[in-house]
Ligand binder design. Structure first.
Ligand SMILES: C[S@@+](CC[C@H](N)C(=O)[O-])C[C@H]1O[C@@H](n2cnc3c(N)ncnc32)[C@H](O)[C@@H]1O
Length: 295
């Protein structure tokens, strides 16, 4: 299993999934009705020189490449919803003026630290594998990108003692935190997912929030060769990367006393006026986004 690798970069192991979602954001960004505008997404794809060709905009996607259109809608919905979650958590009165400490777990090539209008005194921690963050930093530096807040990269494997690395970067467990786990849970074996949420719980002051994306049943759906074959155009062997663990983060957070809400990708499609017009709609529409607050 690729997930057992200890060390991956942007075109290997789970790292290539970060490039795949950047490509999907680049396709979405190029649409007139884009739900997310990520000015760095295409730059990441070009700079990676991936052996697997990936689009840098809708113009690179052939009409019959339904998987990239599907990914563009999926990533547009997910990015918009999670952008709103993060900005709302900074605006709400968690402290007197909302959360100022944000942790992006498995940040990958997510450029939110640079593209969202953060409060100036916000501190955003980006946690991911060292080689993924090195590539990201290099591309962003060459683009002249500047964050509108304080950014702290935390290069560490989330299966190791990432809490120590986070604290070592200045993270304050006494202050409320807005956590994000986007595009991470589906790759984690159940024991790793459980350890991750336990650590988040331990590091969270009351009033902290989290948003988690998860895809119930995706691992087993991709074991079906007809579903897997519809996704071969992505050039990423998702079936070998996705975990088949049906771990339920909503239930696990609720058991720990967090107030949990949940929405499906299908509901987000309705909310934002988009649809999954493909026979993979059932798989994509079943994606879940939980948001939770520690009491
Ligand atoms: C699908 S990408 C999502 C990236 C980002 N959240 C986004 O949506 O653009 C998955 C990311 O998870 C990271 N990841 C997965 N397992 C990890 C681990 N054990 N330690 C650190 N990063 C990990 C990968 O390196 C990759 O960047």
């Amino acid at each position: 299993m690729a997930y057992e690798l200890r060390d991956w970069d942007i075109v290997s192991g789970v790292g290539i999934t970060a490039l795949g979602v950047a490509a999907a954001r680049a396709v979405e960004t190029s649409r007139d009705d884009a739900l997310v505008r990520d000015p760095y997404a295409a730059e990441f794809v070009r700079a990676a020189e991936s052996p697997v060709p990936m689009p840098t905009g809708a113009g690179d996607v052939a009409h019959d490449e339904h998987c990239w259109s599907l990914m563009s809608v999926f990533l547009g919905l997910r990015s918009r919803f999670l952008d709103e979650y993060l900005l709302d958590s900074c605006a709400e009165p968690a402290g007197a003026s909302g959360t100022r400490q944000i942790v992006l777990l498995a940040a990958g090539l997510d450029s939110r630290t640079f593209r969202l209008p953060w409060p100036e005194d916000a501190v955003v921690y980006e946690v991911d594998q060292p080689r993924v963050l090195e590539f990201k930093d290099d591309v962003l530096a060459r683009s002249g990108a500047e964050p509108g807040c304080t950014r702290r990269a935390v290069p560490v494997d989330l299966r190791d003692d990432w809490a120590a690395a986070l604290r070592g970067s200045g993270f304050d467990p006494g202050a409320p935190t807005s956590w994000l786990a986007e595009g991470l849970m589906p790759y984690l074996p159940a024991d790793a997912a459980e350890r991750l949420l336990t650590t988040v719980h331990e590091l969270s002051a009351p009033g902290s929030t989290i948003a988690v994306e998860y895809l119930p049943g995706a691992g087993s759906a991709l074991a079906d060769s007809s579903v897997a074959s519809r996704l071969t155009g992505l050039g990423i062997d998702l079936a070998s990367l996705l975990s088949d663990a049906d771990y339920d983060p909503s239930a696990r957070l609720a058991e720990r006393g967090w107030a949990v809400d949940e929405v499906t990708a299908e509901q987000l499609a309705e909310r934002y006026g988009r649809s999954f017009d493909d026979d993979l709609a059932e798989l994509a529409g079943n994606g879940r986004y939980l948001t939770a607050r520690k009491r």
